[in-house]
Design a protein around this ligand. Structure first.
Ligand code: ITT
Length: 198
């Protein structure tokens, strides 16, 4: 463990999310630890916020360390908010999920969508910080771009005209749902880390 750094578990098995978090948190004095291999936390909540809480608490209990969980997803207006909290399981692969949305949206002219991200930081079975961020956009007619993960190739950000998958990670950090949520929690997290060092 690096000297003076606080052990911090990113409670996620999604490699795309973990990569984004490592970038978002890179200037904080944290010693990143993967969540225990094979750990499968059942997401029984009905909202992003509830699921983020369930994951953060479970991983902090299991590891004994400060844990950050994210529950996130894409909500498409014309599909009554689907896939929403079911984003990860909407079809069997990222590619299938992307084409399922494109197919389902064919009859609609309204292509408005939004990404949401609930973050929760927990320790010792207790929620310490929680917040939600979002990013508004629309669904493209075909996938574009090679960066990012999940639904990034079909999500075009309002006003920019490019998909998340067409931007570099600095830009996604600046305007994306995860970056927006993180902006709301960052100063509180810094205070929390300082209090843990005392
Ligand atoms: P963990 O629960 O282990 O963190 P997960 O992938 O199951 O991993 P979620 O239940 O929060 O995570 O599901 C989020 C899904 O929403 C994710 O699998 C993607 O399909 C999608 N998603 C979330 N954020 C995204 C982003 O920034 N870009 C593209 N797709 C995203």
């Amino acid at each position: 463990m690096a000297l003076d750094k606080i052990p911090f578990v990113i409670a996620s098995s999604n490699k795309g999310k973990v990569k984004e978090f490592r970038n978002l948190l890179s200037d904080l004095p944290l010693d990143f630890i993967d969540q225990p291999e094979g750990l499968n936390v059942e997401e029984t909540g009905k909202t992003f916020e509830e699921n983020a809480r369930i994951k953060a608490i479970a991983v902090s209990e299991k590891t004994g360390f400060l844990s950050l969980a994210d529950d996130s997803g894409l909500s498409v207006e014309a599909l009554d908010g689907a896939p929403g909290i079911h984003s990860a399981r909407y079809a069997k692969s990222d590619k299938d999920r992307v084409y399922k949305i494109l197919k389902e949206l064919e009859p609609f002219s309204n292509r408005k969508a939004k990404f949401e991200c609930a973050l929760c930081i927990a320790s010792n079975n207790k929620v310490l910080l929680e917040v939600t961020g979002s990013c508004e956009g629309s669904i493209t007619f075909s996938p574009r771009g090679k960066n990012g993960f999940g639904y990034d190739p079909i999500f075009e950000v309002d006003s920019l005209g490019v998909t998340f998958a067409e931007m570099n990670h600095y830009r996604k950090k600046e305007i994306g749902h995860r970056g927006n949520a993180f902006k709301l929690i960052k100063s509180e997290l810094e205070k929390l880390l300082l209090s843990l060092k005392d």
